[in-house]
Ligand binder design. Structure first.
Ligand code: ZN
Ligand code: ZN
Length: 58
């Protein structure tokens, strides 16, 4: 069986739905972590936190 990495929203911790319009980007501080954000958190500009360097950003 192939291993699938399920992306989790960095803001609300919800598992991403594939059809959802989510965004992913590298952490602006350490750029080592790919941060996912769901559509809803993007809309409301909820803060996210990097799991590696604890960077918090909008
Ligand atoms: Zn979210
Ligand atoms: Zn980081």
């Amino acid at each position: 069986m192939a291993k699938v990495d399920t992306p989790i929203c960095a803001s609300c911790g919800r598992i991403m739905v594939p059809r959802e319009y989510a965004v992913k980007f590298s952490c602006p501080n350490c750029s080592n972590v790919t941060i996912w954000r769901c559509e809803r958190c993007r809309q409301f500009a909820r803060p996210y936190r990097c799991s590696k360097c604890d960077f918090v950003g909008p």
